[in-house]
Ligand binder design. Structure first.
Ligand SMILES: C[S@@+](CC[C@H](N)C(=O)[O-])C[C@H]1O[C@@H](n2cnc3c(N)ncnc32)[C@H](O)[C@@H]1O
Length: 473
């Protein structure tokens, strides 16, 4: 055994698990201060641990013996919990999930941002803790992921096809899902029906290593209005199999308002550079929020938990403190949902976003919703959100809402915000670590007056954070 492996492979006994850490792992701490990240424990457990990786300041390992089971534990509802990477926190009660999410936001803003914070507004939990996702993407595989028991058993495995999720970190390994509790029941029915039909009709599943097979991915979008979109991605055209499967879906599920397909022969699964062909119904479905309708096509971005997106947007609008007189900028506007949501309480809203088709959707949705006080611009934030742009629009904004991707804002965009000196900024973030980094740059001119975490993704460690900044006079 190499020295390096020797250092990584250690055993620790009776170690308390003391916290929840990054990426859904829990944190154990030995008496002499060693920190170990674990995938399979809950804060409050006391465990024996085998480590398999040594980093500079911590180990990664696995709990092998559970001496005490934490009060924070609950029974996972899904039989695939532990193998599937979808919901890493199903074994932790929802109150505890919320506790650790809020703690992460407070700690990131404190430790990374070094900010003077007011009392945190308690985290907004999700009313639905399961069945909340409106978009799911499953992959087909000709050679499914086998459990250790299956590998060790003597039984010859005939059924090798999978329709499910990638095993975390493995691009070519798909776990077949007999059940999934993240999406509404219609999604479950369609996924199982597609699998059963494809098996019965002997339609080949994709083999990503050998680049063979027909069925590649299945995307489902299910709106809160009860409309469903199905997009099947084929690796190659097999007209007979394609029509048989699409006809099967068309006749079995009247809820499908948009039935589409893609023939994608390239190396990767991404659909954004592919033609999406409408087989039946429309090329879009509608999502609704507070009387607004949003048209969603196969490539549109829309928040994946519709009900909780409404809560997030209400908090954002409330923090913005609009009276109807304000010029608002909505940075990283996506398909302009926040912009349209706040428009009726603002004088005018300017949305900026890098994806041109998202901006086309934003314009079309605003027109569809009879909103005439929004303007949308496509381009990289660094290039569009400049002093010239602001001068062209007549006046600096009264409120800036910013909702950047996980990486946060580019430092030039933060510098522009400082130069602009808008009275209020509402910063919505899905990564409170990068949010804290950006707020640290803004704090020379802004103070945090309110902040609230929001849980958009129960059963996962992800957490959204909304912060209201006011200019220091
Ligand atoms: C977290 S999403 C926000 C979406 C929107 N606010 C909503 O609630 O639906 C971040 C958005 O930023 C866009 N984006 C990423 N990098 C960008 C950049 N450099 N300039 C402009 N927009 C960018 C992404 O395309 C995405 O639509």
């Amino acid at each position: 055994m190499s020295k390096r492996r020797n250092r990584a492979n250690k055993t620790f006994e009776n170690v308390p698990v003391v916290d929840a850490g990054a990426k859904g792992k829990s944190v154990a701490k030995t008496e002499d201060g060693a920190v170990i990240f674990l995938k399979n424990a809950v804060p409050g457990d006391v465990v024996d641990i085998k480590t398999f990786k040594k980093r500079k300041s911590f180990y990664e390992g696995e709990a092998t013996v559970f001496h005490t089971l934490s009060d924070r534990r609950t029974t996972p509802v899904c039989k695939h919990f532990g193998t599937c990477g979808g919901c890493k926190w199903q074994h932790m009660g929802y109150d505890s999930q919320l506790f650790f999410k809020q703690k992460e936001v407070v700690e990131n803003l404190t430790r990374i941002g070094h900010l003077d914070l007011p009392e945190v507004t308690p985290i907004a939990g999700s009313a639905d803790q399961y069945y909340y996702r409106n978009k799911m993407e499953f992959s087909f595989s000709a050679s499914r992921w086998l459990t250790l028991e299956e590998i060790q058993s003597d039984i010859q495995i005939e059924d090798k096809k999978a329709l499910g999720f990638h095993i975390p970190g493995m691009w070519d390994k798909i776990l077949h899902l007999d059940e999934c509790h993240l999406h509404p029941a219609i999604g479950e029915q369609i996924r199982l029906s597609v699998h059963a039909f494809a098996e019965a009709e002997h339609i080949e599943y994709f083999n990503p290593r050998e680049k063979t097979g027909v069925l590649r991915t299945l995307m489902l979008r299910m709106s809160s209005t009860g409309e469903t979109m199905v997009v099947i991605q084929f690796f190659k055209e097999d007209e007979k199999a394609r029509i048989a499967l699409l006809e099967h879906l068309k006749t079995t599920f009247p809820q499908i308002k948009s039935l589409q397909y893609i023939i994608n022969e390239k190396a990767n699964d991404t659909i954004y550079d592919q033609d999406v062909i409408c087989y039946d119904g429309r090329n879009h479905i509608f999502e609704e929020m507070e009387g607004l309708q949003f048209k969603i096509n196969a490539k549109s971005f829309y928040q994946t938990n519709s009900q909780q997106a409404y809560e997030l947007y209400k908090i954002t609008r409330d923090f913005a403190g609009l009276t109807g007189e304000e010029l608002v900028y909505d940075l990283y506007t996506g398909t302009g949902t926040i912009a349209q949501f706040v428009a009726k309480k603002a004088k005018h809203v300017v949305g900026i976003e890098s994806v041109p088709v998202a901006i086309e959707d934003a314009k079309a949705n605003a027109a569809h919703n009879n909103i005439d006080n929004t303007t949308f611009f496509a381009g990289d934030m660094r290039d569009v959100f400049t002093a010239d742009f602001i001068a062209e629009h007549g006046a600096p904004p009264d409120v800036v809402i910013t909702d950047p991707p996980r990486d946060g804002m580019h430092k030039d965009v933060v510098a522009q915000l400082l130069a602009l000196a808008a009275p209020r900024i509402v910063y919505v973030s899905c990564n409170s670590a990068t949010q804290a980094r950006d707020l640290a740059l803004l704090k020379e001119q802004y103070k945090v007056v309110k902040y609230q975490p929001v849980d958009m993704f129960p059963q996962t460690h992800h957490v959204e954070s909304v912060v209201l900044l006011e200019i220091i006079k």
